[in-house]
Design a protein around this ligand. Structure first.
Ligand code: GLC
Length: 559
């Protein structure tokens, strides 16, 4: 099944760094997440693809980001939009070929962009060759050791082996059918039934992933985003949790299937592999942990380089709460000497322009809210995020100020959790709607033909939000991002720079300095009188009245 790159010369390595001194590029990198299904569709089938991404790399270079993280494009039946991988070394035909991946990496490097690929080690697709063989060969097959197969409870094994619930709803176990057609053992899947969990106690699993890492590192990728990095190791004996509604406990407690200490040995082994390669290859953990302190465990000096800061993503537009999470994030990373990371949106949560358009209510919002307010706050939140010490993640389309599409009809939805939660949860399709690039009619340049398909429908009002419509308009969100990223790149006080010093400020206002840089944030709905000083660099609202901070605004100053 694995495709072959025969006769393709190997790329030398990552983006060139002068020999000798490591650049530590990742410590303040701005990393842009591309969701390949929805970024750009070169062949007009309505689904984004790698040639599409490749054609838009100059846009990303001009935007001013340092690296691009690509969500999975591997061979997959797409039960969870590609996070169900059937072959870790092949590109799904819907996205292109390995040659397209190779060309994409090369072009990116020529433009000075780094490429980070998604690695999905917690589970495979149920169509993965190992899982298929495990089913075919029946009980006793050595392939079953690579997953979690268990006998059921009850008189005839009709009950799941323990009480764990799937993150996508329903039990985390599905009963398999033996080769003779009778009901057999159950297998564990923390996500959809099409995503069986690997058993990381199996040496074959650990070997396989070390080899997959090398495969992509040899192709020249600059790093990995590690999916469900907190889930690989399960507590011995797979003990019951003893409570229902386990989703509510996620992120608050160490669970028998999440954030087990055993995961760290795996990352130490991976770090040794990453360090063997030239060009400072990195890995970033998607780790849902109860506290920022436990997140820091993933980025100890001999483990991964970064971890997403979901505590920051989940923080409301509120000065005191923001200050608290900024302080605790910086403090948690200091002892392990890892950069803090900051993120406002990704492919799993409601876009921040829509979250901030609504009263605080978590990361899955169904209401459209007050669009104007949401966008004003989103622009201010972005300038705050880009002013903080460390590395920042952007999600495709946020630079256009895109809102979530909250009114997708049920029949076009594809998020597996929507169906498993009987339509009560799983609204992730709303942030996955294809990007508007140009033109007056859908798919707005996402695909090559006007009136052509897109796998999720785009709202009519998106013509005005396209890259084309915003380019050159100094009041647009796209130009705000371009300016912010250019200033961040040029100003040594920003990025990794020094830490920040809080200045006294009235309630609802954040003021901090980083050397000669000053950031002022007003999270309230009222203008606030505040002595502004120095030279204005950028403002989320466009203009600034001296001595006054506009409602829901951020401004950057040189002092
Ligand atoms: C991660 C991904 C998410 C996916 C899940 C299962 O959380 O970000 O999209 O559904 O893992 O692979």
């Amino acid at each position: 099944m694995t495709q072959n790159l025969a006769d393709t010369p190997r790329p030398l390595s990552a983006v060139a760094t002068p020999a000798g001194e490591p650049s530590r590029w990742w410590r303040d990198a701005v990393i842009y997440q591309v969701y390949p299904r929805s970024f750009a569709d070169a062949n007009g089938d309505g689904m984004g693809d790698l040639p599409g991404v490749r054609s838009r790399l100059p846009y990303l270079r001009d935007l001013g980001v340092d690296a691009v993280w690509l969500s999975p494009f591997y061979a997959s039946p797409q039960a969870d939009a590609g996070y169900d991988v059937a072959d870790y070394r092949a590109v799904d035909p819907m996205f292109g070929t390995l040659l397209d991946a190779d060309a994409l990496i090369r072009d990116a490097h020529e433009l000075g962009l780094r490429i980070i690929v998604d690695l999905v080690p917690n589970h495979s697709s149920d169509q993965h060759e190992w899982f298929q063989r495990a089913l075919r060969e029946g009980p006793g097959s050595p392939l079953r050791e690579r997953y979690h197969f268990r006998a059921g409870k009850g008189e005839s094994g009709e009950l799941p082996p323990n009480d764990w619930e799937s993150i996508f709803g329903g039990p985390a176990w599905t009963r398999s059918t033996d080769p003779d057609g009778t009901p057999g053992d159950w297998y564990l899947h923390l996500f959809a039934p099409e995503q069986p969990d690997f058993n990381w106690d199996s040496p074959a699993v650990a070997d396989e992933f070390r080899s997959i890492l090398r495969f992509w590192l040899d192709m020249g990728v600059d790093g990995f985003r590690v999916d469900v990095a907190h889930g690989l190791v399960k507590a011995p004996g797979l003990p019951d949790l003893g409570s229902h509604d386990q989703l509510k406990l996620l992120g608050n407690d160490v669970m028998p299937f999440f954030d087990q200490d055993g995961v760290h040995e795996i990352y130490r082994a991976w770090r040794r592999i990453l360090d063997e390669y030239p060009g400072e290859r990195i890995a970033v953990a998607e780790a849902w942990t109860p506290t920022v302190e436990r997140t820091a465990n993933y980025v100890r000096p001999d483990e991964l380089h970064q971890a997403f800061n979901f505590q920051y993503l989940g923080t409301a537009w509120d000065a005191a709460e923001l200050r608290a999470v900024i302080d605790s994030s910086l403090a948690a990373m200091r002892p392990v000497d890892a950069p803090a990371t900051w993120v406002l949106s990704n492919h799993d949560v409601t876009r921040h322009a829509t979250r901030f358009a609504n009263p605080p209510g978590g990361t899955q919002i169904r209401e459209r809210g007050d669009r104007e307010l949401g966008l004003r706050r989103a622009r201010a939140a972005t300038l705050l995020m880009l002013a903080l010490p460390g590395s920042a993640y952007l999600y495709q389309g946020e630079e256009l100020g895109l809102p979530d599409v909250t009114d997708l009809p049920d029949e076009v939805r594809q998020d597996p959790s929507f169906f498993r939660a009987s339509g009560q949860d799983g609204f992730r399709d709303g942030c996955r709607v294809p990007i508007p690039w140009s033109g007056e009619a859908a798919p707005y340049g996402f695909g090559p033909v006007e009136g052509g398909p897109s796998w999720l429908p785009q709202p009519a009002e998106w013509a005005g939000l396209s890259v084309e419509a915003q380019t050159g308009d100094p009041t647009s969100t796209l130009e705000l991002y371009r300016s912010a990223l250019a200033i961040r790149r040029a100003d040594p006080a920003l990025g990794a720079g020094g830490e920040l010093t809080w200045l006294p400020a009235p309630e609802g206002v954040l003021a901090f300095r980083r050397d000669s840089f000053l950031c002022l944030v007003n999270t309230t709905a009222e203008a606030v009188v505040f002595a502004t000083e120095g030279r204005l660099l950028l403002s989320s609202t466009g203009q600034v009245e001296p001595g006054l901070l506009a409602p829901d605004s951020t401004s950057w100053w040189a002092v």
